[in-house]
Design a protein around this ligand. Structure first.
Ligand code: SME
Length: 155
């Protein structure tokens, strides 16, 4: 018997989301499911949410973690808004060093934002906070990009 449980692989996570995307479930449910799977399968992910772009604002669609006041973020503001303005994913190892950081929780130490795109269009983003410093690597970015690509098929 294994002493510690094996972590669910990126392939397994992507495949779970892919199945939901291919199911008849409505888009809102698919977006909630993606957040649930990521929160459940990665202990370091203390806050997981999806924002969607409406006009020039990121609007929080759903999340798991502590409640946040940042349900509407203008493009260009905070780590989330900068990701959209620059058209680039963001990995912040230590959020306490940032001037433009919008704090959701005092415990948060690091953050990753991965854009949800379809072609040239940015549809939204997956935003994840961790209470651990430097919690996110290029591997997390690769996993979240694959999840984002699945989600994008529903737009
Ligand atoms: N920290 C983000 C705001 C969203 S919360 O992390 C949930 C930012 O600086 O844009």
């Amino acid at each position: 018997m294994e002493l510690c449980e094996q972590m669910t692989t990126a392939d397994e996570i992507v495949s779970q989301v892919e199945q939901m995307v291919d199911s008849p479930a409505p888009r809102d449910e698919v977006l909630r499911y993606a957040v649930q799977v990521l929160k459940r399968e990665r202990e370091r992910y203390n806050w997981v949410g999806i924002y969607l772009i409406k006009h020039d604002t990121l609007v929080l669609h759903n999340y798991l973690g502590k409640p946040t006041e940042h349900t509407h973020i203008p493009v260009g503001k905070g780590v989330c808004g900068v990701a959209v303005a620059e058209g680039a994913n963001q990995i912040v190892g230590d959020v306490t060093t940032l001037d433009n950081y919008l704090a959701c929780s005092v415990e948060t130490r690091s953050e990753i934002v991965v854009l949800i795109r379809r072609g040239m269009n940015i549809l939204g983003q997956i935003d994840i906070d961790s209470d651990l410093e430097n919690a996110f690597t290029r591997e997390d970015e690769a996993l979240l990009s694959r999840v984002a690509d699945q989600i994008a098929r529903r737009f």
